[in-house]
Design a protein around this ligand. Sequence first.
Ligand code: URA
Length: 238
Amino acid sequence: MRINRFLARAGVASRRASDRLIQEGLVRVNGEVATPGVKVDPLVDEVVYQGRVIQDGEPGTYLILNKPPGYLVSAGDPHHRRTVFELLKGVTARVFPVGRLDLDTWGVLLLTNDGDLNFRLTHPRYGVEKVYHARVRGIPHAETLRRLREGVLLEGVQTAPAAARLVQEKDGNGWIELVLHEGRKRQVKQMLAAVGHPIRRLERISFGGLTATGLKPGCWRHLTTGEIQNLRHQVGLS
Ligand code: URA
């Protein structure tokens, strides 16, 4: 089968996104950089992406993890730090994280081997809702919250409209709830730094409406059929 189909089936990315990974030279087949359109035989050929051998497989694994701080969302780390994959005890499928959380961020992380769903859940076009709680230095004024809602400039590009409210004040620090529909790199930290309130603690409370209720930090569970259908529905997959 064609390499892009193999990667999509294995949950690495959608076929289109897999094409881009191949064009960027990030995929190897039997040690050689893969060329677009090359065919692979899953029983014979070894396909490697990001240092991991990719197993052939139909999508079918959907997990939610309550990520503790101190775990990287990455398959491997040259500095040998712990990764979230170490927390997935008992999971045999090769799953991929849906978006990223920073090393020190807590909370909801979805993982799946369904490449099409993964692609759509993280693509700004589908605007899937992500809710964050951030403890920040200082208490943001109403005007600051308005700026967060309307958008701040990050690397010259305005952030999309968001919801922002102060949920708690304690010991001179504020807790802010931010609801985003896009996922730029380190977006919450950058937005709060841009309005003068650096983050002290960051937690993702929900992704696409799914929360980690009942999961202790470091624990995971399979999504229910209803939860999977709901996610697929949100991004136009039936
Ligand atoms: N925004 C950030 O700044 N960090 C995260 O981990 C997630 C969103």
